[in-house]
Design a protein around this ligand. Sequence first.
Ligand code: 5GP
Ligand code: ZN
Length: 112
Amino acid sequence: MSDCLFCKIAAGEIPAIIVSRDAEFVVFRDINPQAPTHVLVIPLVHVASLNEATDRELLAGLLARARDAARELGLAERGYRVVVNTNAEAGQTVFHLHAHVLGGRGMRWPPG
Ligand code: 5GP
Ligand code: ZN
């Protein structure tokens, strides 16, 4: 989608600190990290939110990629959180499906 920030990051048109990429997903550092490690996992295809995600294989891949990223970033043993904010009340601000992977500090529950 031409005016989507994360599509532009996926295409390399807007710079980001890329952690890894493969044929389906890009993992990059969040510009405003909420934990010592905070990356975003996005599919290359444009999907606006979890509500619009009809491809179950894509969703399974997103979760697996988030898990792999946590492992690669050294978070797996200590623990980490995977978050998919969806629409207004959850605070979604970028309408290209993404999973946050947060770690490196203790997390509170319930989340704010
Ligand atoms: P949301 O609030 O939609 O779940 O998360 C969007 C995330 O994208 C936020 O954590 C925000 O800091 C991050 N973000 C917004 N603009 C940019 C950007 O231009 N580059 C990067 N790397 N992250 C961004
Ligand atoms: Zn997009």
